[in-house]
Design a protein around this ligand. Structure first.
Ligand SMILES: C[S@@+](CC[C@H](N)C(=O)[O-])C[C@H]1O[C@@H](n2cnc3c(N)ncnc32)[C@H](O)[C@@H]1O
Length: 237
């Protein structure tokens, strides 16, 4: 199926943070992440990217309420100790409960409330071991996305993303979300996300090609499109 990519506004981005429909939809998002196996898929990418090394720092772009990164921390804390994570999002919605949960795992957490382009402009090149994004890149049109990826490539020697796979399976899955109690906001945004998702080598084509990067891109069943970029020579330590 060859679906043209279409980016449209998502309702959750426009609702006030405390609106009950937004609160419900953020809860749905956690379930959707579980159904899509996003934490499992991203964990695999992070381990592959770091090639047996333990990172000191990770930066997540568009981290939302931080619970996706927490799910990763729960999987990775047994092998990666003392990691500091920086969660960047224009909404300030990481709860005390989530912050404490990182602490309980021995990880530190810092949150930055900023538009992603302001953050990337201000960040020091090479400031982290790895950058990641989950269900975030699909918010952006091609030109903005190329700028975003260029900014991310300056921050670290490795970058991983798990995004919606723009394919029939995602469209069908999104249309069935009512069956697990997802609200109207989630159902709208899930369909919009699949249409704005990725296929083929669309992210590789936008990744800066002025460095010696090794790129991997493709679907991960059932609903995910993965992208991994590693600078040849690996993480600077
Ligand atoms: C679908 S949510 C994903 C959140 C998280 N990564 C997860 O998987 O639970 C997308 C997030 O991107 C954030 N976002 C969208 N556009 C942004 C921008 N220009 N700058 C910073 N954050 C942005 C939204 O606030 C939202 O929290």
């Amino acid at each position: 199926m060859n679906l043209p990519r279409r980016v449209e506004p998502e309702w959750l981005d426009e609702l006030p943070q405390a609106d009950p429909r937004a609160v419900w939809s953020r809860r749905d998002l956690k379930r959707i992440n579980r159904w899509m196996l996003q934490a499992r898929i991203m964990t695999r990418l992070l381990i592959a990217a770091l090639d047996g090394r333990t990172p000191r720092t990770l930066v997540e772009l568009g981290a939302g309420d931080g619970t996706f990164m927490l799910a990763l921390a729960r999987r990775l804390a047994p092998r990666w100790r003392d990691v500091k994570v920086t969660l960047v999002d224009r909404q300030d919605i990481v709860t005390e409960h989530t912050r404490r949960a990182f602490g309980d795992l021995g990880w530190q957490v810092e949150t930055i409330s900023a538009d992603i382009f302001d953050f990337l402009r201000g960040a020091t090149p090479g400031c982290t071991d790895m950058v990641l994004a989950n269900l975030f890149l699909h918010h952006f049109e091609r030109d903005s996305l190329a700028r975003l990826l260029g900014g991310a490539a300056r921050l670290a020697d490795a970058f991983a993303a798990c995004e919606p796979w723009r394919a029939g399976s995602g469209l069908i899955g999104s249309r069935l979300l009512w069956a697990i109690g997802c609200n109207d906001v989630t159902r709208h945004d899930a369909l919009a996300s699949v249409r704005a998702g990725f296929s083929g080598r669309e992210l590789s084509e936008l990744w800066p090609n002025d460095e010696d990067w090794r790129l991997q891109e493709g679907p991960a069943l059932p609903f995910t499109h993965c992208f991994l970029a590693r600078r040849a020579g690996g993480i600077a330590s």
